[in-house]
Ligand binder design. Structure first.
Ligand code: BG6
Length: 791
C-alpha cells in the first residue's frame, strides 16, 4: 500500500480538525499543491502554515494531497531549508498534541522540494504527478500553483505551467499570484495580457491578503445583515466622513529594493485600502456569493471615484529612509529619493448617495502605533448644551477594526447611540467584558462589540477559498485595471513632489496632521503664503507667475498648476464682469485633454463662479454621437458640467448628430448652431473663448490647409481633421475673432516645439492656423506653462 493511500486511511479515521469551512461541491480526488518560491519569506511566514491548515481541514474530506516547495536552488541545498520551515507549522489550540504530531508528520511526508527553473523541471514535475496518480490509481482533483516570486517572473512561469503542467481533463488548475500586479496602469495591462495568453481568467487567483482578514471579509455580510439599520443612514445626509487607515510602526529596512520603486501608495493604498473602500461603498449585491455581481458592483464604484489630483494627496517620508536607501541600494550620500512612506489621500465618489462625503485613505511606516481600521463617522446634529457625556452627544460611528492598536483584537464596533447590530451566525460573538481602553475617541464600553469566535490568519482563510474555488475574495483583472486607472494619474502627478520628512514614531507629533478643505487635502501645519504685495493683484500664487508677451499678445507663464489656477481666476473675473454688465456670460470651450485641468479647477475650487448666468458653447466638436468617449461634449460634461450648477438650457452642444447621421452638410447642423449663436449671443461676440494649439498648430478644429477665405462670414463650419475622427464642426476665425477675450492654453513639453516655431513665424492661418486668431476688438492672452515655453 502506498504512502498516500495509507495516509488517507489514517486521516479518515482521525477526528475532526479545526476550522469548519463550508466548501463548495467539487470532485474529490488528488490535489497537488506547488508553492513556487517555497522557501521564501512569505512562504515561511504564512503560506506553509496556511496549507497545513487546509490539509488539517481537508483530511476527512476524501481528498488526498501532495505538496511541493519549488525554487531556483538545487534540491540538495534547498530541501533542508524547506523542512526547517515545515517543522515550524503549528496546530490550533483545539487540537490535541498527539493528533497535531500525527498531522504534522503526515504533512511532512507528503511534502518535498523540487527545483523549478527550466521548462524541463516543470515537465519533470508534471511527469512525477502523473506517475503518482497512475501508480496509486487516484483521480486527479486539481493542481494549485502558488507563485510566491517577484512579479517579473509571473509571465514566464505561467507559460511553463500552461505548456507542461496542466492537469488531466476534468481536474482544475488554479494559479495564485501575489501583488505587485504592475506598477501603473500600463504595466498592469501588459502583465494582464501576458498572463491571459497562458491562463484562463477563472484559473487566476490574485491575492490581496486584506480580503482574507476576518473583519474585512465581514464588511459586506455586516452591511447585509444590518440593512434595516444602515439603509436610512448609509448616505451623504448622515455620513460625515469615512476613514480607512493602516498605521505601522516598522520601517522598511530589508525591503528597500522593492519598496523604493513602489512607495506607500502602490504598496498599500492602491490595493488594500482601495479594496476596503469599495467594500464599504459599493452597492450591496443581491447575492453576496455571486462573484459576478460583486465584481460588477465593485467596478462601478471604483469608476465613479472623482479623479485624484495632486490636491487630493499629501505625502511624507520618514527621516531615516534616505540613508537606508543609500545603504541597501549601494548609493552615495548625495543620492536622493522621493518615494513616499506616508500618504493621506482624499477621495470622493461621484454618486448621489455619497456626494460630498470625504473618504480618507491613510497609511504610513514609522508612525506612532500599529493599527488598521475603517471608520464611518456619522453626523451628529444634536447640540448638547450641558451634559456632553450623555450618549446622544458622543460620536456616532461604526468601526471595522482590523486588529492591533489599543483593542488588540479584530472587531466590529458600533457606537451605542446608533443601533445594536445583528449577530447573524456562530462565527461571530458579542464581547461584553471590556478592557479599560478607548477606540477612536470612545471607551469600548460605549460600543456594541463583535469579534470572530475563532481568530483566523488572512492567508489561511484565502487558501481555503482558493481550494474551494470561491473567487470573490480575489482581485479580478477588471477591478485591478480600474484601480490602477484611478491611481496612476495621481502617482504620475506626485512623481516629482517632495514628501514631507517626518522623524518617526511618537516624535512625529502633529507634523502629519491633515486638513480637509472642500475637495482638497493639505498638511494642517503647512505655511500659507498670502502676501497681497507680491501678488500684483492676482492669485495667491501670483509671485510664481511670469507675465510677458508672446507673438505681440499678452502671455502668462507658470508651472502647470499655477497657470491653470491663474486662468481659472481670470475666467471667473471676466464672467463676473459680464454678468454685472449684461446679466449673462457666454463662454465657448475647446475639447482635447489640455483643458481638463482647468475644468477640474473650476469644478473643485470655484464655488462662487456665476454658473447660473453662464451659457456654455462648444468651440469645436468631433462628428461622433455626444454620448461617446471621443466627443468633446462628453468630456466637458464628465469633467465639468455635471459638477456645477448650470441650468440645462444654458448648455449648447454642437448638433453633429442630426437625422441619425453625423455631420452631413445637407442636415445643416453648422447653420443651426450659427443661428443659435446669433440669436442668443449679443453681436455673436462671446465673452470668453478658450482655445488650445495642436502639434500642427491647429486651433479649434481649424487645421492647416483650411481655406479661411472660403468660410467668409460663416460663424460655424464643418471641417476636416488629418486625425480620426476626420469630420469636425468648428467655430470659424470669424466667430473667434469677434470674442471679447480669447485664452490660448498650451501645456506640456510636447508642445515646446510648436511654441518655438510659433514664436518665429509670421501670420499665415492656412499654414499655422493659430496665427489666424486675432480678436478684432477683444484681447488675446496666451497661457503657456513652463514646459511648453521652455521645454
Ligand atoms: C503588505 C505591504 O501588503 O501589507 C506591507 O506590502 C504592509 O508593506 C502589509 O506592511 C500590511 O499588512 P498587515 O496584515 O500587517 O496589516
Amino acid at each position: 500500500m502506498s504512502v498516500t493511500v495509507l495516509l488517507l486511511l489514517l486521516t479518515l479515521c482521525a477526528q475532526g480538525g479545526y476550522g469548519e469551512e463550508k466548501e463548495e461541491a467539487q470532485r474529490p480526488g488528488h490535489v497537488s499543491v506547488v508553492i513556487v518560491g517555497g522557501t521564501g519569506d512569505l512562504a515561511k511566514k504564512y503560506l506553509w502554515q496556511g496549507f497545513f491548515h487546509l490539509y488539517v481541514n481537508q483530511v476527512s474530506s476524501g481528498n488526498t494531497f501532495s505538496f511541493y516547495g519549488g525554487g531556483l536552488s538545487p534540491a540538495d541545498t534547498a530541501t533542508p531549508l524547506l523542512f526547517e520551515i515545515l517543522k515550524a507549522v503549528s496546530c490550533s489550540k483545539d487540537i490535541s498534541q498527539e493528533r497535531c504530531a500525527l498531522l504534522k508528520e503526515q504533512f511532512l511526508r507528503l511534502s518535498q522540494y523540487r527545483q523549478l527553473k527550466t521548462l524541463e523541471d516543470y515537465q519533470d514535475l508534471a511527469k512525477h504527478i502523473e506517475k503518482q496518480l497512475q501508480e496509486e490509481g487516484m483521480t486527479e482533483a486539481g493542481r494549485l500553483f502558488y507563485l510566491s516570486v517577484p512579479a517579473f517572473a509571473y509571465a514566464d512561469i505561467a507559460d511553463k505551467i500552461n505548456g507542461s503542467c496542466r492537469p488531466t481533463s476534468g481536474a482544475w488548475l488554479r494559479v495564485v499570484l501575489e501583488k505587485p500586479f504592475g506598477h501603473d496602469l500600463r504595466s498592469a495591462q501588459v502583465l494582464a495580457s501576458q498572463l491571459v495568453s497562458s491562463l484562463k481568467d477563472e484559473e487566476m487567483y490574485r491575492i490581496d491578503h486584506y480580503l482574507g482578514k476576518q473583519v474585512v471579509a465581514k464588511i459586506l455580510p455586516f452591511r447585509a445583515e444590518n440593512k434595516k439599520f444602515l439603509d436610512p443612514i448609509w448616505n451623504k445626509h448622515h455620513i460625515e466622513r469615512v476613514e480607512i487607515v493602516l498605521k505601522e510602526t516598522l520601517d522598511v529596512k530589508g525591503r528597500i529594493p522593492f519598496y523604493d520603486q513602489y512607495g506607500v501608495i502602490r504598496d498599500v493604498l492602491q490595493n488594500h485600502l482601495t479594496e476596503v473602500m469599495t467594500l464599504l461603498t459599493m452597492r450591496l449585491p443581491m447575492n453576496l456569493s455571486s462573484n459576478e455581481e460583486v465584481t460588477q458592483n465593485k467596478l462601478r464604484v471604483i469608476s465613479s471615484i472623482l479623479p485624484l489630483g495632486k490636491n487630493q494627496a499629501v505625502i511624507g517620508q520618514y527621516q531615516a529612509y534616505k540613508s537606508e536607501v543609500q545603504q541597501e541600494l549601494n548609493k552615495t550620500k548625495d543620492h536622493n529619493t522621493l518615494t513616499p512612506t506616508f500618504a493621506a489621500v482624499l477621495a470622493h465618489i461621484d454618486e448621489a448617495q455619497y456626494e460630498g462625503v470625504p473618504i480618507l485613505l491613510i497609511s504610513g511606516k514609522m508612525l506612532d502605533e500599529r493599527v488598521g481600521y475603517a471608520r464611518i463617522l456619522f453626523k451628529n446634529d444634536i447640540f448638547c448644551l450641558q451634559s456632553h457625556n450623555s450618549v446622544h452627544c458622543k460620536p456616532k460611528q461604526i468601526v471595522f477594526y482590523f486588529g492591533h492598536g489599543s483593542l488588540k483584537y479584530p472587531a466590529i464596533l458600533v457606537s451605542k447611540n446608533l443601533f445594536k447590530p445583528v449577530l447573524a451566525d456562530g462565527e461571530w460573538k458579542e464581547v461584553t467584558e471590556h478592557a479599560d481602553v478607548s477606540v477612536l475617541g470612545l471607551p469600548v464600553s460605549d460600543y456594541y462589540v463583535q469579534t470572530p469566535t475563532k481568530e483566523r490568519e488572512a492567508y489561511a482563510e484565502l487558501i481555503s477559498h482558493i481550494f474551494a474555488g470561491r473567487k470573490n475574495s480575489f482581485i479580478s483583472t477588471e477591478n485591478l485595471l480600474a484601480s490602477w486607472d484611478l491611481w496612476t494619474p495621481l502617482l504620475n502627478g506626485l512623481s516629482s513632489s517632495f514628501p514631507r520628512i517626518y522623524p518617526g514614531g511618537a516624535d512625529n507629533g502633529d507634523m502629519l496632521d491633515i486638513r480637509l478643505k472642500g475637495k482638497d487635502i493639505s498638511y494642517n501645519s503647512e505655511v500659507v503664503i498670502i502676501n497681497p504685495d507680491q501678488m500684483g493683484g492676482t492669485s495667491a500664487n501670483g509671485f510664481q507667475v511670469m507675465q510677458g508677451k508672446f507673438r505681440s499678445d499678452d502671455m502668462v507663464s507658470a508651472w502647470a498648476e499655477e497657470l491653470v489656477e491663474r486662468l481659472a481666476a481670470d475666467m471667473q473675473e471676466v464672467a463676473e464682469a459680464a454678468v454685472r454688465e449684461s446679466g449673462v456670460f457666454h463662454l465657448a470651450l475647446s475639447g482635447g485633454s489640455t483643458p481638463l485641468a482647468l475644468f477640474h479647477r473650476l469644478a473643485l475650487h470655484h464655488f462662487s463662479f456665476p454658473w447660473r448666468d453662464t451659457h456654455v458653447w462648444m468651440v469645436d466638436e468631433r462628428c461622433v454621437p455626444l454620448s461617446e468617449l471621443e466627443s468633446n461634449f462628453y468630456t466637458l460634461h464628465n469633467h465639468l458640467l455635471q459638477h456645477v450648477r448650470i441650468p440645462y438650457f444654458n448648455i449648447h452642444p454642437m448638433p453633429v448628430h442630426l437625422n441619425h447621421r453625423l455631420c452631413v452638410e445637407e442636415d445643416g447642423g453648422a447653420q443651426l448652431y450659427e443661428k443659435e449663436v446669433s440669436s442668443l449671443v449679443n453681436g455673436s461676440s462671446f465673452h470668453f473663448v478658450l482655445l488650445g494649439v495642436g502639434y500642427d498648430s491647429h486651433t479649434a478644429s481649424l487645421f492647416p490647409g483650411t481655406k479661411v477665405d472660403e468660410l467668409g462670414e460663416r460663424l460655424v463650419a464643418l471641417t476636416e481633421s488629418p486625425d480620426k475622427p476626420h469630420q469636425r464642426m468648428s467655430l470659424t476665425f470669424n466667430a473667434i475673432n469677434r470674442a471679447q477675450r480669447v485664452a490660448l492654453l498650451v501645456m506640456g513639453k510636447g508642445k515646446h516645439e510648436v511654441i518655438t516655431q510659433l514664436s518665429r513665424v509670421k501670420d499665415n492661418p492656412v499654414k499655422w492656423p493659430v496665427t489666424g486668431v486675432k480678436p478684432a476688438n477683444g484681447k488675446l492672452v496666451w497661457y503657456l506653462d513652463y514646459d511648453a515655453l521652455l521645454g
